[in-house]
Design a protein around this ligand. Structure first.
Ligand code: ZN
Ligand code: ZN
Length: 265
């Protein structure tokens, strides 16, 4: 697959992504131990629920890993600029390199990124042309996993029958209530935060506008003419196959001539 890992040296970013990984690890370990596996063994829930939880967890982690380690769209030192596209390029006054319009210089990463959306400390990486699709998947699957976790926490409190086989010696058995409350708290924070971020991202893509452009004063210039929704999404995800928009286990291919450089993600 030729996977290249992109690593940003930023202690604050490491701290933020460490917190995100802790939330994922906590829920992926304790919820199966506490709720899923014991109730599955006693026949209270079908195996499909256990499988779906692990699948949501896997998709969430894959999107996080790939979004944080993918090259967001860094420009080469000597880009080949076709003569017909010279008007579409400009000089960055910070790194003195030529870049396509809509690129932005990230001061955290220290280089320009094509169609940069923003720098996200929670993935310790820029969100740009080549990893924006992975960032959207991360927002989506984090919502799915948080909602799933909240539903299981709720069922454990109010709905599931009591377990007949309880091992009082186990850590999770002794601290069940505290573990569930921490899980519910984290689930609410993650679901609330990710829902608003996902909504902002989707409206931005529908308008074919990045977060940086939204905050600048050039919206009218950029938004003309407006593209159909499936076109803007296909350009972000790198494919017109809508089912593939949900899969983080693939390689993104740049669509037609709108991308001036080949994608390496
Ligand atoms: Zn630059
Ligand atoms: Zn950055």
């Amino acid at each position: 697959m030729g996977l290249r890992l992109h690593f940003v040296v930023d202690p604050m970013g490491w701290f933020c992504i460490g917190m995100v990984l802790f939330v994922w690890l906590y829920n992926s370990f304790f919820i199966p131990q506490l709720v899923l596996l014991p109730h599955f063994q006693e026949g209270h829930i079908p195996g499909a629920v256990v499988f779906s939880y692990y699948l949501a967890s896997l998709l969430c982690f894959t999107a996080l890993f790939r979004a944080s380690t993918a090259d967001p769209g860094r420009l080469p030192l000597n880009p080949h600029i076709p003569h017909s596209e010279r008007e579409q390029w400009e000089l960055c006054n910070k790194c003195n390199l030529m870049r396509p319009k809509r690129s932005h210089h990230c001061s955290r990463c220290g280089h320009c990124v094509r169609r940069m959306d923003h720098h996200c400390p929670w993935i310790n990486n820029c969100v740009g042309e080549d990893n924006h699709w992975l960032f959207l998947q991360l927002c989506f699957y984090t919502q799915v996993l948080s909602l799933f976790t909240l539903a299981l926490d709720f069922c454990q409190y109010y709905y599931f029958q009591p377990l007949t086989r309880t091992d009082e010696e186990q850590f999770v058995g002794n601290h069940e209530l505290a573990l569930l409350r921490i899980s519910s708290f984290m689930g609410l924070i993650m679901f609330g935060g990710m829902s608003s971020l996902f909504y902002t991202q989707i409206t931005g893509i529908l308008a074919d506008t990045t977060t940086i452009e939204k905050m600048s004063h050039f919206l009218e210039e950029i938004n003309q003419p407006r593209k159909p929704w499936h076109q803007t999404f296909a350009e972000v995800f790198g494919t017109r196959w809508k089912i593939l928009w949900f899969l983080p286990f693939r390689r993104r291919q740049a669509l037609h001539g709108s991308q001036l450089l080949p994608s390496r993600v």
